[in-house]
Design a protein around this ligand. Structure first.
Ligand code: SF4
Length: 77
């Protein structure tokens, strides 16, 4: 994984992952796998935006250009 170069704009942090590496690592990286996620409402108990970290968005980003948003506050029980 490499980290995207910083810009002056306030944007969500993304890391680059290849499809091969994503499949090989099989990490828990999406909101759906986090203790702070409410699956019914798709809300985060911290109030963070979940859309960039939802599994469907991450798969879409992976297939688009490989730059995926990883939540730094994720917790797994
Ligand atoms: S802490 Fe991060 S990964 Fe967990 S639900 Fe909130 S936004 Fe999603």
């Amino acid at each position: 994984m490499s980290t995207e170069p910083k810009s002056n704009k306030r944007e969500i942090l993304r890391d680059h992952v290849t499809v091969e590496r994503y499949k090989a690592l099989n990490y828990a990286i999406s909101c759906e796998e986090c203790s702070h996620f409410d699956a019914q409402t798709e809300h985060c108990t911290f109030g963070f935006p979940t859309l960039p970290h939802l599994k469907r968005t991450q798969i879409e980003d992976l297939n688009k250009d490989g730059w995926i948003a990883f939540c730094r506050a994720m917790e797994i029980d």
